[in-house]
Design a protein around this ligand. Structure first.
Ligand SMILES: *[C@@H]1O[C@H](CO)[C@@H](O)[C@H](O)[C@H]1NC(C)=O
Ligand SMILES: *[C@@H]1O[C@H](CO)[C@@H](O)[C@H](O)[C@H]1NC(C)=O
Ligand SMILES: *[C@@H]1O[C@H](CO)[C@@H](O)[C@H](O)[C@H]1NC(C)=O
Ligand SMILES: *[C@@H]1O[C@H](CO)[C@@H](O)[C@H](O)[C@H]1NC(C)=O
Ligand SMILES: *[C@@H]1O[C@H](CO)[C@@H](O)[C@H](O)[C@H]1NC(C)=O
Ligand SMILES: *[C@@H]1O[C@H](CO)[C@@H](O)[C@H](O)[C@H]1NC(C)=O
Ligand SMILES: *[C@@H]1O[C@H](CO)[C@@H](O)[C@H](O)[C@H]1NC(C)=O
Ligand SMILES: *[C@@H]1O[C@H](CO)[C@@H](O)[C@H](O)[C@H]1NC(C)=O
Ligand SMILES: *[C@@H]1O[C@H](CO)[C@@H](O)[C@H](O)[C@H]1NC(C)=O
Ligand SMILES: [Zn+2]
Ligand SMILES: [Zn+2]
Length: 453
């Protein structure tokens, strides 16, 4: 029998070697919202008088083509040799429907597809639809449709797997396998509250049944899974809006929870801000991390008297393990928009490495849970950092105790009832709130917010 210390050393060596040997990177880019009328019409600019629009964009408007093109070109200069790219949709701008059409939306997606392909040539891109990409926005059909067939022609070489074509034609979803990692690319726009076509459908495009079977298969095959898509489950905060219809949010969470052990990470979008959420197992241990990536578009909404805080364009690199799927780190890049406009030169700046910025060993659920513990008050150092990066370093938006509570409840509760309960509770991280103080569950008009992002 070998002495215990030899076994311990062997394990240690293997662990270290494993981490170094299998380390890979991928980009996550999202929400370009290219405003083709930026220089002539400014249709996306919230009715603001943007009299001197910047070369690379304006906080009131969606992206000019120069921002689209330069952000992609410069991304390839930051790091070109990635394993793959996740691209989670919303290429079409926030402009009136009269200025869009099926063919215009298709042209936008075609142009972006070609632009990304030309900057990254052979790197596969796992692309998913955003709610704005369909004409008319949000109305993704729960069965075969032109948009699926036409977009498949653009993305087929990236998917590169004939067994997935049927799924894509049916509902715009697919799965691919790379090393031991299975990527599941979902069309969660089908679950969005704005989609009138799925109101009475229990499993739009049979995507839930498919997700369940792919995850079940992954358990059998000992694969690790990365799930990507546009509209995320859970609540966006501090606004307290659940994007998915209640029954879809329940179903999605139920499937994720049941297969949590094979899920290495979830990468979603739609919110335009940097955020994350955690799933927990029945013992209360963190089980899956869901990351929300900030947008390329700097556009911000105005709804009544509410103005969204300014945010800079963002793009992120994720460092992961090609075998175990373990998510090691996030390198968050951003464009200092006023600076880029002033210099006439777009630069990606490294905003943060998650591990150094937040003082955690990696971005696994357990590490993120320790971070959440340290974000325990609205004035804690870690929470202030989170708030800064929530808007990609554009401005510090004030996030008081009420806001802080909403953010923490959103991170820790994927289910509607649990989230609402959390807001009502006098929980430890909100000790500064008056005990049993009840908060309004929804402050903003849901229907307005839901159609906006
Ligand atoms: C927009 O602002 C510019 C410069 O401040 C001004 O000259 C112009 O009249 C404004 N236009 C409108 C429609 O308000
Ligand atoms: C947007 O649509 C309106 C109404 O058809 C039209 O008058 C306007 O020229 C369009 N704007 C652009 C920039 O296409
Ligand atoms: C995308 O559109 C821009 C702006 O109209 C144009 O200059 C560019 O050539 C187009 N790119 C592709 C690949 O179609
Ligand atoms: C999509 O393509 C498939 C295979 O070519 C075809 O069977 C189907 O009818 C097409 N669907 C639509 C809506 O065009
Ligand atoms: C498609 O997959 C095949 C077989 O796995 C591989 O040899 C080929 O390089 C892939 N093509 C692209 C464009 O990724
Ligand atoms: C959904 O079902 C309700 C109740 O049966 C019905 O009133 C409504 O018209 C249906 N909506 C759609 C889009 O099918
Ligand atoms: C964030 O923005 C501030 C103000 O512009 C700047 O001083 C700081 O360097 C930025 N932080 C990073 C990490 O880029
Ligand atoms: C961020 O991470 C990268 C790659 O792991 C490393 O090269 C770089 O030095 C780190 N930068 C900071 C500021 O921690
Ligand atoms: C936080 O700010 C919001 C909106 O500005 C306000 O309604 C709320 O009362 C504030 N909460 C606290 C605890 O100060
Ligand atoms: Zn968007
Ligand atoms: Zn969206």
């Amino acid at each position: 029998m070998r002495p215990a210390w030899i076994s311990a050393m062997t394990v240690l060596t293997l662990t270290v070697t494993g981490a170094d040997g299998n380390e890979g990177w991928f980009w996550h880019i999202t929400d370009f919202h290219w405003d083709f009328s930026y220089w002539d019409g400014q249709l996306s600019c919230n009715g603001q008088n943007v009299s001197s629009p910047g070369e690379f964009g304006d906080y009131w408007c969606d992206s000019p083509y120069s921002l689209v093109l330069e952000s992609i070109t410069k991304m390839a200069e930051v790091k070109r040799d990635v394993d793959f790219i996740l691209w989670t949709g919303d290429s079409v701008p926030h402009v009136p429907l009269v200025n869009l059409s099926q063919s215009r939306n298709q042209d936008i997606v075609r142009n972006l597809t070609a632009t990304i392909k030309s900057a990254f040539s052979s790197i596969p891109v796992y692309a998913t639809f955003g709610n704005h990409d369909y004409y008319k926005k949000d109305q993704f059909p729960p069965h075969g449709n032109d948009i699926y067939n036409m977009t498949l022609l653009l993305w087929e070489t990236w998917i590169n797997d004939s067994s997935q074509l049927e799924n894509f034609r049916k509902g715009g979803y697919y799965t691919v396998k790379r090393n031991n990692i299975r990527i599941i690319a979902m069309n969660t726009n089908l679950y969005y509250t704005g989609d009138q076509l799925t109101v009475n459908v229990s499993d739009p495009a049979d995507q839930f049944a498919w997700l369940d079977s792919v995850l079940t298969q992954a358990v059998t095959n000992n694969e690790k899974v990365i799930i990507t898509g546009h509209v995320p489950p859970g609540f966006t905060t501090p606004r307290k809006v659940m994007w998915m219809r209640p029954q879809f949010n329940i179903k999605m969470n139920e499937i994720i929870n049941r297969h949590a052990t094979v899920i290495a990470g979830m990468h979603f979008a739609h919110e335009h801000h940097d955020n994350f959420r955690l799933y927990y197992d029945s013992k209360g241990n963190p089980s899956v991390a869901l990351f929300i990536a900030p947008s390329i578009t700097p556009w911000r909404y105005i709804i009544g008297s509410e103005i969204e805080p300014k945010h800079n364009p963002g793009a992120r690199l994720v460092k992961y393990d090609r075998e175990s799927g373990r998510q090691y780190d996030i390198q968050q890049y951003y464009v200092d928009l006023p600076q880029a406009n002033k210099d006439g030169n777009l630069k990606w700046k490294l905003g943060y490495n998650a591990t150094t910025e937040y003082d955690i060993p990696d971005v696994t659920p357990a590490s993120l849970e320790t971070l959440v513990q340290k974000m325990s008050s609205a004035t804690s150092q870690k929470f202030l950092k989170f708030v800064l990066w929530y808007n990609t370093n554009a401005t510090e938006f004030p996030c008081n105790d009420t806001c802080h509570k909403s953010v923490l409840c959103g991170i820790k509760n994927m289910d509607e009832s649990a989230f609402n309960q959390c807001l009502q509770n006098d929980i430890s991280f909100a000790t500064m709130l008056t005990p049993r103080m009840t908060l309004p569950l929804v402050i903003l008009p849901l229907y307005v917010l839901n159609t906006v992002v």
